[in-house]
Ligand binder design. Structure first.
Ligand code: SF4
Length: 163
């Protein structure tokens, strides 16, 4: 399997079925209106910062301040645990590259909030467990069982699951 992206870690915590669809190139997200809005916020809010650092052709960091503080920009706090784990994954990758990462910051420009995130040793263990689980899910020949969620109606894969 190709490298695990931040988006895959995010989807793992949102919905494992969504992760499977995404990993099997059923990538509907660029046409989703909600994702489009997220990108617009991103482009308008941080134009003075150095942005979009691509690592190993896989990890796309929104921006990195002083090589120590990793920022991830989100449009809302609706699926915050997934955003936190995505950011912690980025911090883990950068640490493995030899950087001394001080903290992560989840930015919510639309609501003018930010949240400071620290990476603990327990988090690093959880990330490794998550990466193993992601590899197993992606290797399934079929998508994982359908579990209906409150977010389904806004999901780009809704038609795959319910129609
Ligand atoms: S519609 Fe719901 S169950 Fe299906 S992929 Fe999206 S979030 Fe997951």
């Amino acid at each position: 399997m190709k490298q695990i992206t931040g988006g895959m870690v995010y989807y793992y915590y949102v919905c494992k079925r969504k992760l499977w669809y995404f990993a099997h190139q059923l990538d509907m997200e660029p046409t989703s209106e909600l994702v489009g809005m997220g990108k617009l916020i991103d482009e308008q809010s941080y134009c003075r910062e150095k942005k979009h650092i691509l690592i190993d052709d896989t990890i796309n960091i929104d921006f990195l301040k002083s090589w120590k503080i990793v920022h991830e920009v989100k449009k809302s706090r609706s699926i915050e645990p997934a955003s936190i784990w995505q950011l912690k994954y980025y911090m883990t990758v950068l640490e493995k590259k030899g950087l001394e990462i001080e903290k992560g910051i989840l930015d919510f420009p639309k609501i003018r909030k930010r949240e400071i995130i620290y990476l603990t040793d327990e988090d690093k263990v959880e990330i490794e467990r998550t990466l193993d689980d992601i590899r197993s899910i992606v290797d399934y020949p079929f998508p994982p069982e359908l579990v209906k969620k409150s977010i389904c109606k806004k999901c780009a894969y809704y038609e795959f699951c319910f129609i």
